[in-house]
Ligand binder design. Structure first.
Ligand code: GEK
Ligand code: PPY
Length: 251
């Protein structure tokens, strides 16, 4: 395994903070960055595999949309040992896909050491077919999609899911009540400080994410799930302003 590098991307003053990009530099430090930035990340990833095990229907696929370095796919592989399982893992960052390919070659193996059936591709999830799925995972990806593409994507996911299938959606969320928003937002900054990020790193990253990561409220997510045709949705995890939801298609 390649050594995991510490995230210091925003540690030095930048003349101009460019919009965040999932480039080579981010790929190098991504596991460290996401663990130190997203409260509850490991819990949500770990439980994603457990949820997948309950909802996966043999003969159908699992989709990991915005797979980055494949953490959700690996969680699924740890929980579902059936070698017939087919996973489609997509990301539109070529740098992520190249590194993810190495991770899967080393870690995504069956009990007998064979490679798992994973279709890994560099693709925009907004123009990729979603077919014959029983589990669709969007772990911290939906928040980066342009707002107007969010409902159309959920409708395509709904259409590609088998009856009784599930969507796992993990996101940064925002709150309509100002006090709650301020409290949980400030505590997230404290979470980052406690994980060793400096004020400069925090403020430069915040500038880089402005208008790029657009968090929405639980109410907005719930309304959209219903509009896309999901029979049921719920929040199954929340840690500060990060949460994971399930949306289930009727049987
Ligand atoms: N339109 C798009 N099409 C495909 N990929 C996209 C698109 N937009 C963004 N991405 C990809 O979505 C990923 C988001 S990271 C996901 C973490 C992973 N799920 C994890 O649980 O470890 C979360 C984060 O960095 O906060 C990046 O790899 C982008 O390239
Ligand atoms: O760092 C933040 O403030 C976040 O919202 C999470 C995040 C984590 C990794 C890449 C981009 C955003």
């Amino acid at each position: 395994m390649k050594k995991e590098h510490k995230d210091a991307i925003f540690a030095n003053p930048l003349d101009k903070v460019a919009t965040f990009s999932f480039d080579d530099q981010v790929v190098q430090v991504f596991p460290d960055m996401i663990k130190r930035s997203v409260p509850g990340y490991s819990n949500m990833i770990g439980m994603t595999g457990v949820i997948a095990k309950r909802y996966w229907q043999p003969g159908t696929r699992i989709y990991d949309l915005g797979c980055s370095l494949g953490a959700s796919t690996l969680s699924v592989c740890h929980q579902i040992s059936d070698p017939s399982l087919e996973i489609v893992a997509l990301d539109n960052s070529q740098a992520m896909i190249e590194r993810c390919q190495q991770v899967f070659a080393q870690e995504a193996l069956t009990e007998t050491g064979e490679p798992r059936h994973i279709h890994l591709a560099c693709a925009d999830i907004n123009d990729s077919p979603i077919e014959n799925a029983s589990v669709v995972i969007l772990n911290f990806t939906f928040q980066f999609l342009p707002l107007e593409t969010r409902l159309p994507l959920l409708k395509r996911i709904m259409a590609g899911l088998a009856p009784g299938g599930v969507l796992v959606l993990s996101e940064k969320v925002r709150f309509d009540e100002h006090e709650q928003q301020d409290t949980l937002f400030d505590l997230h900054l404290d979470f980052k400080r406690a994980n060793g990020y400096s004020e400069l790193e925090i403020s430069q990253k915040r500038a880089a994410l402005e208008n790029f990561l657009q968090a929405e409220s639980f109410a907005t997510h719930q309304q959209r799930f219903a509009e896309a045709g999901f029979a049921e949705s719920c929040v199954w995890f929340q840690y500060l302003n990060f949460a994971s939801m399930l949306a289930i298609k009727a049987r």
